[in-house]
Write a protein that binds this ligand. Sequence first.
Ligand code: NAG
Ligand code: NAG
Ligand code: NAG
Ligand code: NAG
Ligand code: NAG
Length: 369
Amino acid sequence: MLLKLHVLLLFLLLFFTTSTSSTITTTTKSKEKITTSIPISSGRLLLHSSTYILQTSLGSPPQPLLLSLSTTSSFSWIPCSSSSSPSFSPSSSTTFLPLLCNSPSCPLLSTSSCPSPSSPCSSFSQDTLSLSSSLIFPNFTFSCITTSTSPSQGLLSLSLSPSSFISQTNSFFSSTFSYCLPFFLSTNFSGSLLLGPSSQPKHLKTMPLLINPRRPTFFYVNLTGIRLGRKLIPIQSFDPSSGAGTVLDPGSMYTRLSALDYAAVRDAFRKYVNGTVTSLGGFDTCYDGPVNPPAVTLVFDRLQVKLPPENVMIHSSSGSLSCLAMYGAAENDTSGLNLIGTMQHQNHRILFDVPNRRVGIAREICTVS
Ligand SMILES: *[C@@H]1O[C@H](CO)[C@@H](O)[C@H](O)[C@H]1NC(C)=O
Ligand SMILES: *[C@@H]1O[C@H](CO)[C@@H](O)[C@H](O)[C@H]1NC(C)=O
Ligand SMILES: *[C@@H]1O[C@H](CO)[C@@H](O)[C@H](O)[C@H]1NC(C)=O
Ligand SMILES: *[C@@H]1O[C@H](CO)[C@@H](O)[C@H](O)[C@H]1NC(C)=O
Ligand SMILES: *[C@@H]1O[C@H](CO)[C@@H](O)[C@H](O)[C@H]1NC(C)=O
């Protein structure tokens, strides 16, 4: 399943990104006080990647590395092959340590992949990760990907997996974090990842965090419906036996609903707009010219989020088309998983509080222009 999601993510990157020239700049280190707020930018214009990114560094001496955020990947990945650029060079780091099978940090579970204690722990390795000049984590465990198919960009895992960054730093941050993602066409690192309970906003409406035994590393929430104008479309319920349900995913750009849920939402949207429908790429509900879309509200158990118009429709960069920024899973996709993507997260603070089993969402403008 994880693999399928990764394939989906790569597919989306290829499918939806438009090519623009990329520039990467790194900040010069200045004196700063200890902060648990890490800047986030959209990768769209900076890297033509549909993910959101952090400026980090890895190794000794530190090598700058942009990492994208994921709450669905079990591990953090770093591209270590010279064929992918930019990539991390293990041989240039004095603190790099490939893990062995008998290491307590080795995340391999199956004994068949660990024939002897001195075998390598797959591609898992450790090195010093810096999120800022004051947030430095020695012996951070990640997968150092050296194959030619390695992802073009590293990824920081914020999942519930025991190997995620969140689990590895549990003693500092108590598995509590939040993020605000700026508008996807913004190039400023004006969003933020806030780590630890004391960094969080005090008054944030919350709802239960659900754990699904079929995918125990994902943060599920109880999305019960989507309201379009006055019409409430019920959404398939959380199901611990099948794994069905809804997750908030900062690694996916667009909301993906199961085929049935999407069809109901799309039909209500089209009925409300009452215009000539066309398609564009993976989107099937597009309109040429101005559109007056319905107000769209995500209805969770104990929390409602009314989306601002820029989180509902995506405007084509090369024409007058605009599309409903959601799509349906393939008919044969039986995962029953609804992913709420970053188009729908933009300019909201999303809090994950694992010890108290809570997820919070509140409007917060973190785009600057
Ligand atoms: C990190 O790993 C090195 C080498 O195994 C070890 O000497 C050191 O004590 C570890 N540091 C921490 C903070 O665990
Ligand atoms: C945001 O980025 C733009 C373009 O790079 C720049 O002109 C502007 O000054 C930045 N704004 C802030 C507040 O940093
Ligand atoms: C939808 O549009 C058509 C053609 O413009 C119009 O005749 C019809 O009355 C509209 N329906 C609604 C419900 O607004
Ligand atoms: C989800 O919310 C609905 C409506 O409030 C409730 O009936 C249901 O029990 C909730 N499901 C879970 C797993 O909490
Ligand atoms: C679903 O069907 C498509 C072709 O229609 C196929 O390419 C894909 O592999 C199938 N996926 C699964 C999970 O069966």
